[in-house]
Design a protein around this ligand. Structure first.
Ligand code: SAM
Length: 256
């Protein structure tokens, strides 16, 4: 696999995107569905040529789907992971609709390096659960300042409703049974994917750096969708609610 994704000309970015998507889908088989609804809501609220901030962009998964559907969109990706950003930058090299910024979203000055002061849409997926609710609320205040009036913020992520522990436990048990079956059929998990990246001649250096930065990260407290909606309203959005959910995850939309 590591050989298959690196040629004499450099890394095969399309192959890395593909293997990233498969790895993420092992955790979220409905990942594409949430991206589709996210872009439906972009079109509904800010149109087909939006200026987008892809927050905690990773390999640029949202940006790729955005530009495939809306060729007149522009996107800024921001992330801290040098390996995922290397894949993102390799993928979009030469595309002047896209730029990337390296920043830690917990740094109060993270937005200082962005190329624009405001965005039609700030979009994020499977990332903000890395932050505890206190820094996440601070980040939401900063995001509210970046979204223009009439613009949107959307977050697709794992959000836990503590008031339904038996439902949560049953859902989790079934989800993990399905994951175990997919694993037995050859699916790669997070740790195995990173082992491959570490063996790749191009990604080995940035992968070593990302483990120095993050270590083995631990997740935040993953508050409920109601908490996200309430906090986003408190921080300056006019409306906020779920526009899609699965038994474990929610796509939360906030309108400025
Ligand atoms: C599971 S990946 C998801 C990436 C992408 N949104 C996707 O759906 O494929 C989580 C991303 O959040 C980023 N991230 C987590 N905490 C961050 C922070 N404090 N600052 C910047 N990026 C962060 C990680 O580097 C990683 O790229």
């Amino acid at each position: 696999m590591a050989d298959a994704t690196t040629t004499d000309a450099g890394a095969d970015w399309a192959a890395w995107q593909e293997s990233w998507d498969r790895q993420q889908e092992w955790y979220m088989p409905d990942r594409e569905e949430r991206f589709r609804i996210m872009l439906d809501m972009v079109e509904a609220l800010v149109g087909t040529a939006p200026r987008v901030l892809d927050l905690a962009c990773g390999t640029g998964s949202i940006t790729a789907r955005l530009l495939a559907r809306f060729p007149d969109a522009v996107s800024t990706g921001v992330d801290l992971d040098p390996a995922l950003l290397a894949i993102a930058e390799g993928t979009f090299a030469g595309d002047d609709r896209v730029s990337f910024v390296t920043a830690d979203l917990k740094d109060p000055r993270w937005a200082a390096g962005l190329p624009y002061d405001s965005y039609d849409a700030v979009l994020t997926a499977t990332a903000l659960h890395w932050l505890h609710s206190e820094p996440l609320a601070v980040l939401y205040g900063q995001v509210a300042g970046l979204v223009r009036d009439g613009g949107v913020f959307m977050n697709a992520d794992h959000m836990i409703d503590d008031s339904t522990p038996r439902i949560n436990a049953a859902e989790r048990a079934l989800r993990h049974r399905h994951m175990d079956q997919a694993k037995a059929a050859g699916a790669l998990d997070w740790a195995e994917w990173w082992q491959l990246a570490a063996q790749d001649p191009v990604l080995a250096g940035p992968t070593a750096r990302r483990f120095e930065i993050y270590g083995e990260h631990s997740d935040g407290d993953m508050p409920s969708a109601a908490w996200h909606a309430h906090t986003l309203r408190e921080k300056g959005f006019g409306e906020a609610r779920a526009v899609w959910c699965s038994p474990s995850d929610t796509l939360l939309l906030a309108l400025k």
